[in-house]
Design a protein around this ligand. Structure first.
Ligand SMILES: Nc1ncnc2c1ncn2[C@@H]1O[C@H](COP(=O)(O)OP(=O)(O)OP(=O)(O)O)[C@@H](O)[C@H]1O
Length: 505
């Protein structure tokens, strides 16, 4: 045997060995039957794995017959986007479908190391190229491969993978773009078709900080919401679906819709704005419910206008002006649907309502007294929140938002007027809004004071009119009572006759 002496000889020997091996392999591939090769590869792998102490787990991007994108792959991708961006040398940046920012992930064939409870694991991103002879053009199939020592099989397949999935899902929720869904396309013929959710990006800027409300009440609501969002284990333990109902009620313009936006922003939830009048029947309502995702708020605004408490539905459009009424009523007749009160009750807490988790169901109404007690009982609508007219504390929040003012000499006058009259936060907000670039705080506050004074004067005038009217009514009823008494005195027999006997007479 010739022993190579120099480096050049070593390379030359190695090169010729590899070439010989490839030549032999090519001959085997050409002449050896497929079955023999298959068994050869299979048993070689088994023998290798006997000596090879590592386990590999692959997580593919697309799974199933319908080739849906795998949730597990997406979670690993999100998990590694944080880990890999710190240590990988080749990263790729993409604008993800549900995300407003660029998302960094490991580039193909890049390898990163991760550590869990002192155990080292390796992740490799890889892909399978489509077969050239495939009948349909396919995309390359990407996958992540996790490698770890077989000694740690239990921990890695249990706790570590659970940790990766959990963290990955959380990262995805944090980075996703939230959506505002609606089932009302505005098409009056929609009632003859199945309704589905359509969405836009949810970008309402309202927060609890900007919401005008008594600070103590605000704190209580925030605490309730945050506690709910952290109560997965609690709900599991007590055997209840992880959802909570909120009933927001109060006069128009007191901030019910604004509060829903603040709730969504606080908890980072999507919003499903459910228009009941556009839902055909209970089956369709259930279908819409099933299509909602976790971490969401399902809102039914003005519930009193959407569903008659006898189970007969009315349309909120019926409340339009008399001019519109005729045309609208026709439209309503065409679009009337068969969602019933019991269908809605099932929607809230029937068996199907447990199909998702971490969901809030919010009803709003201006007339809480009109609602069926069954609809709003505790357990369905767990928390009832009344939104009031603007208090001075709420006004201070609005003046901070609109005028960046914490204090002002005119505040005292506003405070005393607010004790004497009522005004909605919407009206206060409108008056604090500068109408021109030259409008300063003085002008806005003076405008608000003027409106408050006018409202107070109008309320006093109405009260005076009502008092006068009731005095007049009282006087006329006294007079009316005196007339029969005088008639009775003139003819005592008449009094004893009943109307019937009078007629007979
Ligand atoms: N509590 C509040 N805090 C801050 N802004 C408010 C508040 N209430 C009302 N507003 C302002 O008034 C506008 C109307 O409020 P919003 O639509 O939330 O009232 P609402 O109670 O839902 O009314 P409706 O019952 O008529 O639907 C909002 O755009 C917001 O600017």
């Amino acid at each position: 045997m010739i022993v190579p002496r120099t480096m050049t000889e070593v390379w030359a020997t190695m090169g010729s060995t590899i070439a010989s091996f490839m030549f032999i392999w090519a001959i085997i591939r050409q002449y050896c039957p497929y079955e023999v090769r298959f068994y050869f590869a299979k048993y070689t792998q088994r023998i290798m794995s006997f000596f090879y102490p590592y386990i590999k787990i692959s997580i593919h991007e697309y799974t199933g017959d319908r080739l849906e994108r795998s949730e597990a792959y997406a979670a690993v991708e999100a998990y590694l986007s944080i880990n890999s961006s710190k240590c990988a040398k080749r990263l790729k940046a993409e604008m993800a479908k549900d995300c407003s920012n660029l998302v960094l992930s490991m580039d193909e064939y890049e390898r990163v190391k991760d550590e869990f409870q002192g155990i080292q694991v390796w992740w490799v991103s890889s892909m399978v190229m489509p077969l050239p002879q495939a009948m349909y053009p396919q995309q390359e199939r990407r996958y992540y491969r996790l490698t770890f020592h077989k000694r740690y099989r239990e921990i890695i397949t249990g706790a570590y993978l659970k940790h990766v999935m959990q963290q990955g899902k959380e990262i995805r929720v944090r980075h996703r773009q939230r959506k505002l869904y609606t089932n009302d396309s505005g098409n009056k013929w929609q009632i003859y078709k199945q309704t589905t959710w359509s969405h836009i990006v949810f970008e309402h800027p309202a927060t609890f900080e900007t919401l005008a409300m008594e600070p103590a009440k605000k704190e209580e609501i925030i605490e309730d919401l945050v506690t709910f969002s952290k109560s997965k284990d609690f709900y599991g333990r007590i055997g209840k679906a992880w959802k909570r109902g909120y009933l927001l009620y109060g006069p128009p313009g007191t901030g019910k819709s604004t509060m829903i936006a603040a709730m969504a922003n606080l908890l980072n939830y999507d919003v499903y704005d459910l228009e009941l009048t556009a839902v055909k029947d209970n089956t369709e309502l259930r279908k819409l419910l099933i299509e909602t995702t976790s971490k969401s708020i399902i809102v039914i605004e003005d519930i009193d206008c959407s569903l008659d408490l006898t189970g007969q539905r009315t349309n909120k459009r019926e409340e339009k002006s008399p001019d519109e009424e005729k045309g609208i009523r026709k439209e309503h007749e065409e679009s009337s649907s068969k969602v019933t009160l019991s269908g809605l009750l099932n929607f809230i807490d029937g068996l199907w309502s447990a199909c998702g988790e971490e969901r809030l169901i919010v009803f709003t109404t201006n007339y809480v007294e009109k609602l069926d007690p069954a609809l709003i009982r505790k357990g369905r609508m767990d928390k009832h929140i009344e939104l009031f007219y603007c208090s001075f504390e709420a006004f201070k929040v609005l003046s901070r938002n609109y005028l960046r003012l914490e204090a002002h000499p005119l505040f005292d006058r506003v405070e005393s007027l607010m004790k004497e009259t009522t005004i909605t936060p919407a009206d206060v907000a409108e008056n604090l809004m500068p109408k021109s670039p030259l409008d300063g705080a003085d002008k806005c506050l003076s405008r608000l004071i003027q409106v408050l004074e006018e409202t107070k004067a109008a309320a006093e005038a109405t009260e005076k009119d009502e008092k006068e009217a009731s005095t007049k009514n009282a006087q006329s009823s006294i007079k009316a009572a005196e007339v029969p008494a005088m008639e009775d005195a003139a003819c005592p027999t008449t009094r004893k006759l009943s109307p019937k006997s009078q007629n007979m007479k």
